[in-house]
Ligand binder design. Structure first.
Ligand code: F6R
Length: 594
């Protein structure tokens, strides 16, 4: 979802911004733009803007913009106003004295727009961003000072917003954050103002994380940080980031999705390298908490739900999963004796952050498992852990999901003093994945996918450890095939869902060799009796299955890897359908708005 990238330094700003925006592409966008500021021989400044609808593609160098050392860029994921050239950012002042890009939503935009219209401002775009531009223009009339005008305008905005504004007058950058992410990369005499660290990690691994209600200013080679409310200058810390997070490449694979699916043989291990000592503070916190809530959104919610399942089932902990966007109805329940564990790939999901803010306001403790290092969610946590999966670029989450499960299993094992036994089991499953990705399996799934794309409605049943897996499997297929794929609890079938099953309806049955196997087989028999095309996904084949996809061998923790066949099915179905598996329609990777 919207990405911001500003640059100032000795290199060509246009090219640096394009390179940064490309590294932000994975967040999802539908149009993009770059604005650079140059000075002519008479020392007067001008802005040049390039905006495009669609993808940046293979563009390496911007030839349509002049050489410059300062500029801002933006990838837009449309919220207010359609996808078109006019609405694309950056937007600039009527007199071109400054240019601005925004990530977020101005919730009071209608009110502000009315006020500005009364003052005579004309609106050319349908965006909420243009309101900020005119607000700054208005404030400049009285303050005459750019930083102060940006500050005062920002304080009038409601909602989660981050803005970056570049003044042409004195080549000054002012960026303010509230809710949507903002990080500043610090190179040798150069600075990067961006939505995440990944966008500049190939240039520098030194970063300053900007907190909510903070404003950073670049002027004449120096940066200063301020409290946006009081204007008081505050100290900042430059952190050095882990170099491992720098690589973004398909490494010979056709798509990020298949690369990230195959990578799980390593990432599952990485997420479960935490030692018993490292997990101990969280284990102690769990033991002394009245209730443990696990929270997330989308795939991360399914991972949260799966961890709550492991905590209940393996460790006997009173753990309850909550959808981040439904947290409000639980607000009367949170107390200072509770613990909330957040799950997130990006660590920047607005719904999850708001859920944590709510729990925090009630005094509950916060822990998190996040993939992106240094994200907002990690920084607001009392105890923070990382998936350690490396960049996940494909919009549909794969490796981050299994990483979260691996960590959840390890955590549950640690609570019952079986840390090393559980770690061994997880590592053995990951080792078994080495031999799982064979040409034979890929050929089988490709063949099956060809048949599957003829259908429109699909069901997947899971029970016990596989219930969340069924839900996640269905989400994955929906996201990149645009087919109707529903996940259900095996036990729910006879309570209504079976009415949907007709002759030839594809029904996937996740069948681990565990205590739920018998029930899953009788569910298979019930749908088969109604003419369903039953596809078993499990460790052992059965006569009830018309097709069978084997899962990874494991020692009773099948759920960890059982989603993988579905990740492959969704990938190969998407290819058969001609869809781009890495960039599904309408979706953004990092959902930083509500
Ligand atoms: C699905 C997917 C989303 C995210 C959700 C939360 O493939 O990626 O459902 O899981 O938007 O995102 P994070 O994990 O970044 O909090």
């Amino acid at each position: 979802m919207c990405g911001i990238f500003g640059y100032v330094g000795k290199r060509n700003a246009g090219n640096m911004i394009v390179s940064g925006l490309k590294r932000l592409e994975y967040r999802g966008y539908d149009s993009w733009g770059v604005a650079v500021v140059t000075k002519d021989k008479l020392n007067s400044s001008k802005i040049d803007v390039l905006k495009k609808v669609g993808a940046i593609g293979d563009l390496e160098e911007i030839k349509d913009l002049p050489e410059s050392n300062i500029g801002v860029g933006h990838t837009r994921w449309a919220t207010h106003g359609g996808v078109n050239y006019v609405n694309a950012h950056p937007h600039y002042a009527s007199d071109k004295s400054f240019v601005l890009a925004q990530n977020g939503i101005v919730e009071n935009y209608q009110e502000l727009k009315e006020d500005l219209k009364k003052l005579g401002y004309k609106f050319e775009t349908e965006t909420d961003t243009e309101i900020i531009v005119h607000l700054i223009e208005e404030k400049l009339k009285t303050t005459k000072k750019f930083k102060e005008a940006v500050r005062q305008s920002f304080l009038e905005l409601k909602g989660r917003n981050t803005i970056i504004a570049l003044s042409t007058v004195d080549q000054r950058i002012v960026a303010v954050r509230n809710g949507s992410p903002l990080v500043v990369g610090v190179g040798d005499d150069e600075f990067f103002f961006a939505s995440d660290t990944l966008s500049f990690l190939d240039k520098t691994n030194k970063a300053i994380f900007i907190n909510d209600r903070e404003m950073i200013e670049y002027k004449e080679g120096k940066i200063k940080l301020f409290n946006v409310e009081t204007s008081e200058e505050i100290d900042f810390k430059i952190r050095t980031l882990d170099e491992k997070q720098t690589e973004i490449s398909k490494e010979g694979f056709d798509h990020y999705m298949i690369k990230e699916i195959v990578e799980q043989k390593h990432t599952i291990k990485e997420a479960s390298v935490y030692s018993a000592e490292e997990l101990l503070p969280l284990v102690n916190q769990i033991k002394k908490s009245k209730t443990v809530y696990t929270v997330g959104a989308g795939t991360a919610y399914f991972a949260a739900s799966q961890t709550a399942f492991f905590l209940r089932k393996i460790a006997g902990i009173r753990a309850i999963e909550l959808k981040a966007y439904e947290m409000d109805s639980y607000k009367n329940l949170f107390t200072k004796d509770d613990l909330v564990i957040a799950f997130s790939q990006s660590g920047e999901t607005a719904d999850t952050i708001e859920a944590l803010e709510l729990a925090k306001s009630k005094g509950s403790k916060i822990a998190s498992l996040v993939n992106m290092v240094g994200s907002t969610t990690s920084r607001m946590s009392d105890l923070s852990y990382y998936c350690r999966s490396g960049p996940e670029i494909c919009v549909a989450s794969t490796k981050a999901f299994t990483a979260k499960q691996a960590w959840g299993l390890l955590l549950a094992g640690s609570i019952i003093s079986q840390h090393s036994e559980m770690q061994k089991k997880i590592h053995n499953s990951a080792n078994n994945l080495e031999g799982y990705f064979t040409d034979e399996l890929f050929t089988q799934i490709k063949k099956l996918s060809k048949k599957l794309i003829e259908k429109e409605h699909f069901f997947v049943l899971g029970r016990g450890q596989n219930f969340n897996i069924a839900l996640e499997a269905a989400l994955k297929v929906k996201e990149i095939t645009y087919k109707h794929f529903e996940g259900f609890a095996g036990g729910e079938l006879k309570h209504g869902v079976i009415a949907l099953v007709d002759k030839g309806t594809p029904v996937f049955v996740i069948s681990s060799d565990d205590e739920d196997l018998e029930n899953m087989l009788s569910a298979s028999a019930q749908v088969k009796a109604r003419g369903a095309w039953v596809i078993g996904v499990g460790q052992s084949n059965n006569d009830l299955f018309d097709d069978f996809i084997p899962t990874v061998q494991s020692e009773g923790i099948d759920a960890l890897t059982n989603v993988i066949p579905f990740q492959l099915i969704s990938y190969f179905m998407a290819l058969e359908l001609g869809n781009d598996p890495d960039k599904p329609r309408n979706l953004a990777k990092s959902v930083t708005v509500k």
